[in-house]
Design a protein around this ligand. Structure first.
Ligand code: NAP
Length: 245
């Protein structure tokens, strides 16, 4: 919806990932003045369409729309972004459901390095519904001890220095610097920001922290591509579920 430049980039990358992986995708673009009722009707039609297994509404939506209401209009069976309250509830209670793609991708990266979270202290910086909170729940599910930090956390460094795993999901450059990281810690950088030269960068001072951390994800080329990958994984799973239904 509308002409948010970042949304256009994200959507283009998702369409390309579908094409590269052999998934059928349909991109529907709407002007920002489309009414909420018309968007809800469109989502309902996609809910009923058996050739569509996953529906994603790229956020942010224009101000006149109630984003939560729009997300709740997506059938939970097709909620491949994992933002529906049913998906959030499933994650909260440990039941099967679609996991939000960004924290899910972070978990896959930890799995790829054989990292055992049991008994480890994980510090998540950020508490949004799409990254920070689901990230904390996923880490908890894998038996980490989890601390969630946010803008009202008085001494962030005191928290991060205790961490075996740090996930930075704030949206501010250099939120995490080398002096805030315990030697050998694992650092996952979710942030997407622009530096003074206009280049994409994360929340973490990559050059400094990579001297201290045992594993660190770059921006670009880290969490971002994993997010799209997990979107495809969720979509394939949604399709498989209809075959077995
Ligand atoms: P958000 O909704 O703006 O949440 C940011 C969180 O950071 C909030 O919980 C906020 O605390 C906290 N925060 C702000 N300043 C802080 C500080 N100085 N110290 C500690 N915590 C602080 O953002 P989001 O949607 O979670 O996204 C976070 C970042 O990840 C953004 O850069 C976004 O672009 C990026 N992102 C990347 C991907 C990807 O695929 N790579 C996907 C999603 C998001 P309060 O709750 O107290 O305000």
């Amino acid at each position: 919806m509308g002409d948010n430049p970042a949304s256009h980039v994200y959507v283009r990358n998702k369409v390309k990932a579908c094409e590269d992986s052999g998934l059928h995708s349909v991109l529907e673009k709407y002007e920002s003045h489309l009414s909420e009722a018309d968007l809800l009707a469109r989502i309902d039609a996609l809910n009923q369409d058996p050739s569509i297994h996953g529906i994603l509404v790229q956020l942010p939506l224009p101000a006149h729309m109630d984003a939560q209401k729009v997300i709740e209009a997506i059938s939970p069976a097709k909620d491949v972004d994992g933002f529906h309250i049913a998906s959030a509830g499933a994650l909260m209670t440990g039941l099967p459901g679609f996991w939000p793609c960004t924290p899910y991708g972070c978990m896959k990266m930890l799995e790829s390095i054989g990292y055992n979270l049991r008994g480890k202290h994980a510090v998540v910086i950020g508490r949004s519904n799409i990254v920070g909170k689901p990230m904390a729940l996923m880490l908890l599910q894998q038996n980490a001890t989890v601390t969630i930090c946010h803008s009202a956390t008085p001494n962030l460094k005191a928290m991060t220095l205790q961490a075996d795993v740090i996930v930075a999901a704030v949206g501010q450059r250099n939120v995490l610097t080398a002096d805030m990281v315990k030697p050998g810690a694992v650092v996952l950088d979710v942030g997407m920001n622009r530096n003074d030269e206009g280049k994409l960068c994360g929340d973490v001072d990559f050059a400094g922290v990579s001297e201290v951390a045992s594993y660190i994800t770059p921006v670009p080329g880290g969490v971002g591509p994993m997010t799209i990958t997990m979107l495809l994984v969720n979509t394939v799973e949604a399709a498989e579920k209809t075959l077995h239904a």
